[in-house]
Design a binder for this molecule. Structure first.
Ligand code: ATP
Ligand code: MG
Length: 569
C-alpha cells in the first residue's frame, strides 16, 4: 500500500489532467511584454515590466541580514539600478554574449548585478560565495569571463589565484575598491538610469550555471532567455505563487534553483521575494518566516533534514501559520521528511525534480493532486517525461529505466560552455533527452526516483538505489542522515554500505549498528539492507547541500575522488 496524502485545497492549478491536455505555451507568451513589442530579455520581464506597469512601488526584494535588519527594494529601484549597471558594463566594452561572473554573498547588489549583466545582453555567471579561490579560478577560466563583480572580502580570498585570472579584464567591487579594481557604486552613479534592455533572441543564453559537481567536474550550463516561459509556468503551477505572496527560496543564486525559481520566475509573477543573507540557522530561518510572514517557501531536503534534527520543540516556539505552500527540490525527498512536514509545519511538502540542465522544474507534485510521499510527482504541463530503455522505447509501469524528457521544453539548456561533445551525450537516445537519473513510473503516472545512474548498487544480482536504503535508515530514531553506496565485494559484486550520522544524544556502538541493520532489514527487500555500517560525524556534501556519494565510494576503493571544488568544508 502506497501512503497517499489527499490534494490540498485551492491552488493555481485546478485540474492537472485538463491543464496537460489543453496546454499551450502561447498563453504564457502573452503574459510577457515582448509579445507586445518589448525587448526579448528576461531582465526586462522580471523587473522593467512591473516598474512600468503600475507595480513600480511594489517591494520586489526583502533582503534580510543575519542581525535581522531588512533592506527592501522596489521594482522601480531594481529597474533603475540594473539599467545603470548595464550601461556601465557597456562602457567597459563588455558586449553581448560576454561572461560576467557574480561572486558575492547574498545581498541586493547580487540581484542588481545579475539583472544588469543580463540587461545588456551578457551572460551572468553567479558563483556561490562559499566557493574557494581555485573553484572561482576554474570557472573564470572555463567561461573566459571578462569581468567579475565581487566584494572586498571575497576579492582578498582570490589573492592566491589573482595571477591566474589574466583573461578577466575588470574586477568590479561592491564596497571599497582599490588595487586595479573598479567601484560598483561609481559605475552605477555614472550609468544611464533609462538604459533599455538589449533585445535578444530566445536561444541566446542569459546565465551560465555550473552544476553542483555531485557526480564529477561541474559543467557550465547555458540557459536561454526563452527559459522564462517555463519558469513562469513552474512558479505558477509548481511553486503556486501569486503576486501577493511573500516568497522565500532558500537556495543560493549560485545554483539554478536560486535563480530560476528563486529570482526570475517569482518576479515574472510580480511576487515579493525574500533573500536571507546569512547561513543556515534553524532559529534564524523560523524567525524569518514568522517575522516576514512568508507564505510560500522553497527549500531542499538537506535543509529540511537539518531542521528536523533541531527537534520539534523549536518549531513550536514560532508562529509559522503564514505558510501556505512548501516546495523541495535538488535531491530525493525522504518520506520521513514529508511526514515531519505534515506533523510539525502542517504542510504537505511538494517535491519536484529538475536539473541545472533542465532550467526549471520538469516533474512535480501539485496542490490539486494527491501526493505520494517518496514520489517526485508527475510531468509539468507542457513537458513530456518518460522512462525509456537504451533504444528510446518506453518501459511499462514499475520498470526502472532512464528518466528522459522530450527535447524542446522552453527552459532546456541551450548549450554547455566548452562542452559541445558533453552536450551531445544527453541526446544519444533517439528522440529523448537523457537526464542521467534512473527512475520508474507507477500505474497512475507518478514518477519515483531510483538513483543517479552512477550511484546504482548492483548486489547479489539485484539493482538497488541508495535513496530507498537511506530513506529507511533515517526512519530509525537514532539516525539523522545517511549515505549509501555499493562497496566492491568478491562474492556479491557489491555490498550495501551505509554511512550514518547520528542524531544528537546517540553514541556510536556495535549494538546500535546491529539495531540499525535489523531495523532496515524488516523494511526492505532481503538484499537491500546494509551489510556494513560506518558512523560519521557528517557526510561529504556539495555546497548546494547534496550528498557526494562519489567521495565515499572513492575512499572505499582507494581511488582519487576527482574534482572537489564544490565540496563543503
Ligand atoms: P553534477 O551534474 O555536477 O554531478 P548535480 O547533478 O547534483 O551535479 P544539479 O543540476 O544541481 O547538479 O542537480 C540535478 C540532480 O539532482 C538531478 O539529476 C537528480 O539526480 C537530483 N535531483 C534534483 N531534484 C531531485 C528530486 N526532486 N528527487 C530526486 N533527485 C533530484
Ligand atoms: Mg547532474
Amino acid at each position: 500500500m502506497v501512503w497517499t496524502l489527499p490534494p490540498a485545497e485551492s491552488g493555481n492549478l485546478k485540474d492537472y489532467q485538463a491543464a496537460r491536455r489543453g496546454f499551450d505555451w502561447g498563453l504564457f507568451h502573452a503574459e510577457f511584454d515582448w509579445s507586445r513589442g518589448g525587448p526579448y530579455n528576461v531582465a526586462a520581464e522580471a523587473v522593467d515590466r512591473h516598474a512600468c506597469n503600475g507595480l513600480s512601488d511594489k517591494v520586489a526584494l526583502l533582503s534580510v541580514r543575519p542581525d535581522g535588519a531588512v533592506r527592501s527594494l522596489t521594482f522601480e529601484e531594481l529597474r533603475e539600478s540594473s539599467s545603470r549597471l548595464a550601461s556601465g558594463l557597456m562602457r567597459l566594452d563588455i558586449s553581448k554574449g560576454d561572461r560576467v561572473l557574480v561572486y558575492m554573498e547574498r545581498c541586493p547588489e547580487l540581484m542588481i548585478s545579475l539583472l544588469g549583466t543580463v540587461k545588456m545582453g551578457a551572460i551572468a555567471g553567479p558563483l556561490f560565495s562559499a566557493l574557494g579561490p581555485e573553484a572561482v579560478r576554474d570557472r573564470a577560466r572555463d567561461s573566459g569571463a571578462k569581468a567579475i563583480i565581487t566584494t572586498p572580502g571575497l576579492l582578498r580570498r582570490l589573492d592566491p589565484v589573482r595571477d591566474e585570472l589574466e583573461e578577466v579584464e575588470h574586477l568590479i567591487i561592491v564596497g571599497e575598491a582599490g588595487g586595479g579594481s573598479l567601484s560598483f557604486d561609481l559605475l552605477l552613479a555614472s550609468g544611464d538610469p533609462d538604459f533599455r534592455s538589449v533585445d535578444m533572441v530566445p536561444e541566446d543564453p542569459y546565465v551560465i550555471h555550473y552544476t553542483s559537481g555531485s557526480t564529477g567536474k561541474p559543467k557550465g550550463i547555458l540557459l536561454g532567455h526563452k527559459a522564462m516561459l517555463q519558469q513562469l509556468m513552474a512558479c505558477r503551477y509548481v511553486v503556486d505563487l501569486q503576486a501577493e505572496d511573500v516568497y522565500w527560496c532558500s537556495a543560493d543564486p549560485g545554483w539554478v534553483t536560486g535563480t530560476s525559481v528563486g529570482i526570475f520566475g517569482p518576479w515574472y509573477l510580480g511576487a515579493t521575494i525574500v533573500s536571507y543573507e546569512g547561513r543556515f540557522d534553524a532559529r534564524a530561518w523560523y524567525s524569518l518566516i514568522q517575522r516576514l510572514r512568508v507564505s510560500v517557501w522553497f527549500t531542499a531536503p538537506t535543509a529540511l533534514r537539518m531542521l528536523m534534527r533541531e527537534g520539534d520543540g523549536l518549531v513550536k516556539e514560532y508562529d509559522l501559520r503564514s505558510l501556505r505552500h512548501v516546495c523541495s527540490a535538488g535531491e530525493p525527498l525522504n518520506p520521513e521528511v514529508v511526514r515531519w512536514g505534515l506533523q510539525t509545519l502542517g504542510q504537505r511538502i511538494h517535491d519536484n525534480w529538475w536539473q541545472t540542465e533542465t532550467g526549471a522544474p520538469c516533474i512535480s507534485n501539485y496542490r490539486c493532486m494527491a501526493l505520494r510521499p517518496g514520489s517526485m510527482g508527475r510531468p509539468v504541463p507542457g513537458v513530456e517525461a518518460a522512462i525509456v530503455d537504451e533504444a528510446g522505447r518506453e518501459l511499462p509501469p514499475g520498470r526502472e529505466g532512464f528518466l528522459a524528457l522530450r527535447p524542446g521544453w522552453p527552459s532546456m539548456m541551450v548549450g554547455i560552455w566548452n562542452g559541445p561533445t558533453r552536450y551531445q551525450e544527453y541526446f544519444q537516445i533517439p528522440g529523448w533527452y537523457r537526464s542521467g537519473d534512473l527512475a520508474y513510473r507507477d500505474e497512475d503516472g507518478y514518477f519515483w526516483f531510483r538513483s543517479r545512474a552512477d550511484d546504482v548498487i548492483k548486489t547479489s544480482g539485484e539493482r538497488l538505489g541508495p535513496f530507498e536504503v537511506e530513506s529507511a535508515l533515517i526512519e530509525h530514531p537514532a539516525v539523522q542522515e545517511s549515505a549509501v553506496i555499493g562497496k566492491p565485494d568478491p562474492l556479491r559484486g557489491e555490498i550495501v554500505k551505509a554511512f550514518v550520522v547520528l542524531l544528537p544524544g546517540h553514541e556510536p556502538s556495535e549494538e546500535l549498528k546491529e539495531d540499525i541493520v535489523q531495523f532496515v532489514r524488516t523494511r526492505l527487500a532481503y538484499y537491500a539492507y546494509p551489510r556494513e555500517v560506518e558512523f560519521l560525524d557528517s557526510l561529504p556534501k556539495t555546497r548546494s547541500g547534496k550528498i557526494m556519494r562519489r567521495v565515499l565510494k572513492a575512499r572505499e576503493r582507494g581511488e582519487s575522488p576527482g574534482d572537489l571544488s564544490t565540496l563543503e568544508d
